[in-house]
Design a protein around this ligand. Structure first.
Ligand SMILES: [Ca+2]
Length: 324
């Protein structure tokens, strides 16, 4: 039995090798004519392999959460080779301006001086955006088309990665890694900040509705209790400059006129805090709104993404996992 099996195996091998030899060296088996006739079939085979591999990559059933999130992606700046966005429905160019306050006049490009720059190979993938030191200039992207302007029952998601040891790298004072508004930090604004007084510094998500809505009596913010403020706190974020940390926040049911607006903060794919339910009425002049980055920040940022709906906890988890 064994010798028969070996014999059959050898015959199969000869047949296989012979077939390939005939394909590779068509001249031996009747000239180039046969090979020439096979070219269209080989071309179709090659095309099928290329298309097929793309399909497997895009439609691999193992990660449906990441796939469904991608359908909602409207803005993506991977900071690879350029600070400009790779995907943007609006102006994808990075902009800079003289200051963070309204009105926000900006010009395309990073600020002069090379203190905010692309750091080759430093990213969670590829390159990263590096803030060498605290600056007071504005760096960011114009909002129209790139960020879901809060509309009736509005929602959305922002995701990015940070590499920083906040207590050592960031100068004293508040530092907003991101702040998105057309008005001011406490008037229809989204932000993620590191605090100035706590040790270790806390990371907070702040989502402030129109000031007349969340603070109709004009009370002194400094005299309010923390519980009254629209903040989600992470008391010990544990961020370090030698590892990348993922931050994402979602919001939904904004501009309903009801106290049902919810926001969620995620760190490394896990929910870390919530804001709400509250009345989240946002009124923006979108043309004056900017997605500002690295306000008084020193450290790295990578892979900034914006989605036009609130991703689920599972989708945020997948987003974190796929970049690890
Ligand atoms: Ca990158």
């Amino acid at each position: 039995m064994a010798s028969t099996a070996v014999g059959v195996g050898l015959a199969q091998e000869r047949l296989t090798r012979g077939s390939w030899l005939r394909i590779l060296h068509g001249r031996r088996d009747g000239g180039w004519g046969r090979l020439e006739r096979m070219k269209p079939r080989l071309a179709w085979l090659g095309l099928a392999v290329v298309v097929g591999s793309g399909c497997v990559k895009n439609f691999w059933p193992g990660n449906p959460a990441a796939r469904s999130a991608n359908d909602a992606l409207i803005f993506h700046a991977p900071f690879d080779g350029t600070a400009d966005a790779r995907k943007a429905a609006g102006d994808g160019r990075i902009h800079h301006g003289d200051g963070w306050e309204s009105p926000r006049k900006t010009r395309p490009g990073l600020p002069p001086g090379n203190v905010v720059r692309i750091d080759p190979g430093a990213g969670v993938r590829g390159d990263a955006l590096r803030f060498d030191k605290k600056i007071t200039q504005l760096v960011g992207f114009r909002v129209p088309g790139n960020f879901p302007v809060p509309a009736r029952d509005g929602q959305g998601t922002v995701s990015f990665w940070l590499r920083v040891t906040p207590d050592e790298d960031i100068e004293p004072g508040y530092s907003d890694v991101i702040q998105v508004t057309s008005k001011a930090w406490d008037d229809a604004a989204f932000f993620v900040e590191f605090t100035k007084d706590e040790k270790p510094r806390e990371m907070r998500l702040g989502i402030y509705a129109d000031k007349r809505v969340w603070n109709p009596d004009g009370r002194d913010w400094n005299k309010m209790s923390l519980a009254e403020k629209p903040l989600a706190r992470v008391e010990r974020p544990g961020f370090r400059r030698d590892k990348w940390s993922h931050v994402a926040f979602t919001w939904e049911h904004f501009n309903t006129g009801r106290a049902d607006g919810m926001a969620r903060l995620y760190v490394d794919g896990k929910e870390a805090g919530t804001i709400g339910p509250r009345v989240q009425t946002f009124t923006w002049d979108a043309d004056n709104a900017v997605m500002m980055l690295g306000l008084a920040y020193t450290g790295w940022m990578d892979d900034l993404r914006v989605y036009n709906r609130a991703l689920t906890a599972r989708e945020v988890g997948a987003l974190h996992a796929e970049m690890q």
